[in-house]
Write a protein that binds this ligand. Sequence first.
Ligand code: SF4
Length: 502
Amino acid sequence: MDQNSSPATSRTHYKAYEPGPFLSSQRSDVEILFGGLNWRAERVIEAVFENLGYRSRRLPAPDRDDLRLGRELADIGQCCPTTYLTGNLARFLRSEQDKAGPAVSDRYVYLTAGACGACRFGQYHQSYELALRSLGLEAFRIYLMEQTRFCQGETPGGGLRMDAPFTFGLIWALLCTDVLQGLEYRTRPYELELGQTDRVVKEGVELLCEAFRRRPAVRGHWRNMAWHVATDYFRKPLREICRRFGAIAVDRLRPKPIVMITGEFYLQTVEGEPNYNLHRWLEQEGAEVHPAPVAIWLDYLIRVHRQAAEDHFGIDRTARWHAFQARSLDLLLRVSYGRLRRACGSLPHAIPSQEELRRLAAPYFHYRLSGGEGDMLIGKALWAHLRKQAHMICELSPYGCLPNTMSVGAMAGVTRNHPDLLYAPIEVNGDNEVHALSRCQMVLTEARQRAFEEFERSRRALSDAELHRRLEQHPRLRLANRPVPRRGKIGTAANLAAVLAR
Ligand code: SF4
């Protein structure tokens, strides 16, 4: 053998993936694929695309087959959400490829969030690239949307403009669907006619879609932002949704443990097989579930940005300006979310203060450890416990996730100092559903017990008949779209019983 030849060694440099252009002339022929959120948000985002003149399609809800394909096509050591999302995209493209052949690369582009930092989130596109190569679809175009920038210019070729109308459309779609989701999860566990809440939610999503499809065009970055913050436009459909929720017959005197879902962004946001359908399962087990609003995540991103600026005070002359910008954005987000919440009867949760979450988490987790949800997981668990927001915290940790592994480790210190905090960390790898749910059930049993005891104490020996008789005299308390006044209890039924027992 020739000593100088080295057949296994490539002499070309590695080149990172670069998508081909998506031309503005192709807009009417190309569909923009996206996914990774809950179905309400995805439906409304489709309407945002339509409003801006794009064709879009949300990917089908991910399932186990996607996970299997993701494992087959991409890096086996990656975290579980990456595997699911890679498999989800690859499976869709493969089925389209069977119908259309290689033309599939011309028909679709994929838009996804990107980032850099400590976790694998910044490498998602590499995983997609690997899978596409395995499918022979190297020419397929994937565009990344940075989650920390408002206006990101155009994709190569100008086919997609990530400008103010696009970004604010996406953010408001997320905020509106957060609020709707909050209303839904506070109503469904108490509905008297099964399926009524789901029907109203579907109608509500359609109302929101219609509003987003007809969203007026406002020119200019700052004017667009000001319009979104100040307008009553999105509050109108939300008020209508709230009115329809008011027609759902509920019995909120049924004690139920409140379970707050936290964890990695993807797993806590989706509702389906990637997280073992945990939200529905918990409801079937008799819990009131408080899902994680995406608004808290947006608020966290702003906080991280502000922290980074504050850490540069005295070093970088622009740091104070950046910190001021971040504070202003934070204020605008809170004001906007608060206004949308109030349109829904103030039933969905207010978002907790990031300062408080950081302060609570500080003894256990350093705020500069970014990646995933950073110190926010610890902060949220302590906030829910100390502020009596939930009986139990269920944290969804993906297999192979470094940030979550750290926060689960830090939670050991939290539970040592707060032994009465009910905490169920669930590791999700796609294959251990029975084990994960039974682990959750063990903690849920204790939470249920607490919810019942709390209710018994609050009712002050009043019988069920007497409680219901008193409830009849307060029509507003019977309405699903009115919050139950808080009386220092955690559970909805316990607070209501405490009001009625006075
Ligand atoms: S937070 Fe964890 S699961 Fe999510 S992308 Fe990063 S490494 Fe993966």
